[in-house]
Design a protein around this ligand. Structure first.
Ligand code: GDP
Ligand code: MG
Length: 735
């Protein structure tokens, strides 16, 4: 099992960076608070000892304000690990707030004084030996990124293993609270109340801090004691309010900060203040978050990201498309006619290929987002948008959930929904997680890209940008609607620190880009592959009855008789260039193609999927969707990528022998059922209808009730349908 070690620290202190360095793992490192939402485990050995390391989510405190804080605290209380507390040396005072609480909990703490490089650059110098002496715990200066100090840190971590755990430190919080604490501690000890969770003074403190999670734990454990404690808390609260006009919670925090100040006197922490020079980050922020310039620069940067993605990915996307075209042609030449060939070519290659073709585009997009995130700019975007989001009943932090879900296009709603854990208010969290799936995730991108390429070739990146804006407007308006109806309630103020700007490392960018792209490819290789085959099957079976097959056969024979057999070499028809055919042969060929296409159509319509699609036509016709589109949209419930692959399959069935393999976007732009109005309606529907299955599962988990999952499926689909019908009808009159 090894020695249990937990990494604890404020968001963005460098925990994950250190975790990755120590364990060789590749967890997501981000220059944005709240990136690690779940705890991660890994192993490492040092000087013959095995360590089992857990990367806890970042927390500012150990009072249950957010889910992360509960996760971190429960882990510490339940497993009692040694705690490496990572503190940002360039922000020491604030970061020690958590340290003090860890020590109040009685955890064996080793402080990693991280980002010592940044601190030094800013002219901050810290006497870590003296700091260690005053706090009574080891302090090791580190640079998580470079590996500096890691050995010393591990050495300190495994030193004195057999010693008894430290006594929890006992701060004084002023007379009123101290006497209440004594009284409560006595009650707690007499009843051995929550004794196996944490020490009695700490439990009393949590009650005074009004920690809802702790109080409900108390109710489960021992109702009478809980009520006795609450009575004392109520008394103290009333007293403090009338005498000092404050709450126990605030007073406790004040005293903790007072203690930290007394530790960080001049001789421990000193600034080499250089008044002529503002810190570089602050200087950059003067411009980038300026009231007027900020939003303009932000829009310009986001638009630039689109240009970058679409312009540079064009060539590799074409290579991918060609490759899959070639693969399909080769497979259909090599394989014998029959189900296998049909499944491989129409099901697997067209289905998976349609999705894989967009891998380069997704990669470019992720690369761009990684730059924004790692440099620290994304946090500024959250800060700037807070003012706007507030209007819609959301919070600045909602923006991260939106962006991760695809707010800059090409994300995924699954981590997006999970990112809402950083939101403190349940109402804001619900409103965010229910609307985040409206963003254009990586799976919707191919649908948009396909339809735009087919019908709006002139202005690809501009349109992509417009659809992103539409997604945002939709999400915000619906959030507002929810906040006014189903999830009413107060808003919470913006509390998020802005990380300093940092030069992204190329390695970090590559890891991020690859991590997210790999997820996409993995999905294409597993879920999408399985669904492509399933969809191929329901599009192929049941087959046309013999009588119908024979009737098409008869039609073909009839056409052939009309021509002079001698002048046409049937075998040559398939391979010869059109120009070199005689007029009669050309005519024959066209006639045969028409019959073949009709047969394929009839067969598809007769299949299980065709029947479903046709049944839905009575509703979907108002949005301009024919039965083939319906098939694709039904498949899209499972995963949005399926929309493209199912269309690919629907439009390639029966064309396996076609003289030239044209790409799906060409096929669509040439087919009579399609026009700009249909394309627009389909884009809008795809953007707003039910989230994919995996996202729904996440919504249920995060919202804590299956009702919200069901709600989002039903509400979104109806909403999307209404929008799509409106768009289609309006577009029809305009075109
Ligand atoms: P977490 O939120 O605590 O897990 O923090 P991360 O490990 O995600 O790191 C946040 C950011 O700080 C990333 O951009 C890291 O590359 C950067 N970082 C981490 N440690 C150091 C360090 O010691 N020095 C510098 N300059 N940057 C660091
Ligand atoms: Mg992290």
């Amino acid at each position: 099992m090894g020695i249990k070690v937990a990494l604890a620290g404020n968001p963005n202190a460098g925990k994950t960076t250190l975790f990755n360095k120590l364990t060789g793992a590749r967890q997501h490192v981000g220059n944005y608070p709240g990136v690690t939402v779940e705890k991660k485990e890994g192993n490492c050995s040092f000087n013959g000892s095995d360590l089992n390391i857990t990367d806890l989510p970042g927390t500012y405190s150990l009072t249950a304000y957010t889910d992360e804080e509960v996760v971190a605290r429960d882990f510490l209380a339940d497993t009692r690990p040694r705690v490496i507390n990572i503190a940002d040396a360039s922000n020491l005072e604030r970061h020690l707030y958590l340290t003090v609480q860890l020590m109040e909990m009685g955890m064996p703490v080793i402080i990693a004084l991280n980002m010592i490089d940044v601190a030094n650059q800013r002219g901050i110098s810290i006497n870590h030996e003296l700091l260690s002496e005053r706090l009574g715990v080891p302090v090791v200066p580190t640079v998580a990124r470079s590996g500096k100090g890691h050995k010393e840190l591990l050495a300190e971590t495994i030193r004195g293993l057999d010693n008894v755990p430290p006594r929890p430190i006992e701060l004084s919080y002023g007379e009123d609270i101290d006497s209440a604490l004594d009284e409560m501690t006595q009650i707690i000890e007499e009843n051995s109340f929550l004794a196996d969770f944490c020490n009695s003074r700490w439990t009393a403190l949590k009650f005074l801090e009004n920690d809802a999670h702790m109080i409900s734990k108390g109710y489960e454990h021992d109702k009478t004691t809980t009520e006795a404690l609450k009575k004392i808390v109520g008394r103290v609260e009333k007293h403090l309010l009338s005498t000092l006009n404050t709450s126990p919670e605030a007073l406790i925090a004040d005293h903790r900060y007072g203690y930290i100040k007394s530790v960080l006197l001049e001789d421990v922490l000193s600034y080499k203040v250089d008044n002529d020079r503002l810190f570089l980050s602050d200087k950059i922020d003067k411009v980038l978050t300026n009231r007027f310039l900020g939003p303009i620069i932000m829009l310009a940067i986001l638009f630039g990201l689109y240009q970058f993605t679409f312009t540079y990915s064009e060539l590799p996307v074409a290579w991918f498309e060609n490759f899959f075209g070639w693969l399909g042609a080769t497979a259909s030449a090599v394989l014998p006619d029959g189900y296998l060939k049909s499944m491989v070519v129409s099901g697997i290659i067209d289905g998976v290929g349609g999705v894989m073709g967009f891998v380069p585009l997704i990669m470019f997009m992720f690369f761009g987002i990684s730059i924004l995130e790692d440099s620290g700019y994304l946090a500024r975007v959250a800060y700037m948008l807070d003012r706007v989001l507030r209007v819609f009943g959301l919070h600045g932090s909602s923006v991260m959930a939106y962006i991760v879900s695809g707010g800059i296009a090409g994300g995924c709603a699954v981590p997006g929904v999970m990112a809402t854990r950083t939101l403190r208010s349940r109402n804001e969290k619900l409103a965010t997680l229910l609307t985040a799936p409206f963003m254009n995730c990586g799976a919707k991108m191919p649908v948009l890209a396909l339809l735009i390429a087919a019908f709006f070739t002139e202005s690809q990146s501009t349109l992509m940008f417009v659809f992103t804006l539409i997604a945002w407007c939709g999400a915000l308006l619906i959030a507002k609607l929810f906040r006014m109806t189903v999830i009413r309630g107060e808003s919470t103020p913006f509390v998020m620190e802005l990380p300093p700007y940092r030069m992204p490392t190329f390695r970090g960018l590559l890891i991020h880009t690859w991590e997210r792209t790999a997820q996409y490819i993995k999905k294409a290789g597993t879920v999408i592959l399985a669904i492509s085959i399933l969809i191929w099957a329901i599009m192929t079976f049941p087959e046309l009855p013999d009588s119908q097959v024979q009737s098409f056969e008869a039609q073909r024979s009839a056409v052939m008789v009309n021509y002079d057999q001698a002048t046409i070499d049937m075998a040559a028809l398939e391979d010869i260039q059109e120009e070199s055919l005689s007029e009669a042969a050309l005519q024959l060929k066209n006639d045969l193609t028409v019959i073949n296409a009709k047969e394929a159509q009839t067969a598809l319509k007769n299949s299980l999927a065709g029947r479903m699609g046709t049944a839905l036509e009575s509703v979907s016709q108002y949005a301009g969707f024919d039965w083939r589109t319906n098939i694709a949209l039904v498949g899209g419930f499972a995963a949005k990528e399926v929309i493209v692959s199912a269309l690919g399959t629907a439009y390639s069935l029966g064309e396996v022998d076609a003289e030239e393999s044209s790409s799906l976007s060409e096929t669509l732009s040439e087919s009579p059922e399609w026009n700009k109005a249909v394309a627009l309606a389909l884009i809008i529907f795809t953007m707003f209808y039910a989230p994919c299955f995996v996202t729904v599962v996440c919504i249920v988990r995060e919202a804590g009730s299956w009702k919200w999952g069901l709600f989002s499926m039903v509400f979104n689909t109806i909403f999307a349908y209404v929008l799509a019908v409106a768009v289609y009808q309006v577009a029809l009159t305009l075109i």
